[in-house]
Design a protein. Structure first.
Length: 233
């Protein structure tokens, strides 16, 4: 056993479970570098979760239940199709698709419109690239440890924008199944970044997307790749 974690109720995505990117980032801290995390069950809130090593992978468990498992990666090989300015991301966020429909995760601490204490990273389509979602992100002090944003928050911020504008247009919502992320440098308190998400393709109930964090002058700070699954039935 490598240790034990507990995900505070504040960091929910769906009302009764953790935000997927945050849960993945919490487990990925035990790897330390680029990692891919597969979610097996909704990560529970406010309860001790065991972190164990098994067959070269790091697992998060609740008793006998496997919640998630992670493996190291050399890197996450995705490149942003565009690198918008902060002003473009701010304008895009006002067009977040969840504003025009019943947002299924309105209390998500990253993108939920009803979370006054959340991050409000609500990506909307860019005017010049409607298939790409964008939103601003401010590295507030409470996200930091010794002036640096904790890695699990970077994973969390990369998660919600990876639910792209095209996915919002589908009749049924999808759930995060697998998430890989890489931080190219540390993010410091007070930084303002651009979060973007774009499609990589899909087949059947599976959709693959990517996301990134960029500076206003286009520096790539972090990147991720996500696999989303439409539930059956």
């Amino acid at each position: 056993m490598l240790g034990q974690v507990s995900i505070d109720r504040r960091y929910n995505g769906p009302p009764a479970s953790a935000q997927g990117g945050y849960a993945c980032g919490t487990l990925a801290r035990f790897i330390g570098g680029p990692a891919e995390v597969t979610l097996r069950l909704p990560p529970p809130l406010d309860q001790p979760l065991d972190v164990v090593e098994s067959d070269g992978r790091v697992q998060m468990r609740s008793g006998e239940d496997l919640i998630a498992e992670a493996r190291p990666l050399p890197s996450v090989d995705v490149e942003p199709p565009v690198r918008p300015f902060l002003a473009d991301a701010e304008a895009a966020s006002h067009r977040h698709p969840g504003k025009d429909r019943d947002h299924p995760f309105k209390t998500c601490f990253v993108c939920g419109p009803e979370r006054a204490d959340g991050l409000r990273v609500s990506a909307g389509p860019l005017p010049a690239a409607q298939e790409v979602g964008a939103a601003p992100f401010t590295a507030e002090e409470w996200l930091c440890e010794d002036g640096v944003v904790r890695p699990e928050f970077i994973w969390a911020v990369l998660d919600c924008p990876s639910y792209t504008p095209g996915m919002w247009q589908r009749e049924r919502m999808s759930l995060l199944g697998r998430f890989a992320a890489e931080r190219l440098r540390e993010v410091h308190a007070g930084e303002r970044l651009v979060a973007i998400g774009w499609d990589l393709g899909g087949e059947g109930r599976k959709h693959t997307t990517a996301s990134a964090l960029l500076t206003d002058d286009g520096e790539l700070v972090a990147r991720a790749k996500a696999v989303w699954i439409e539930p059956r039935g």
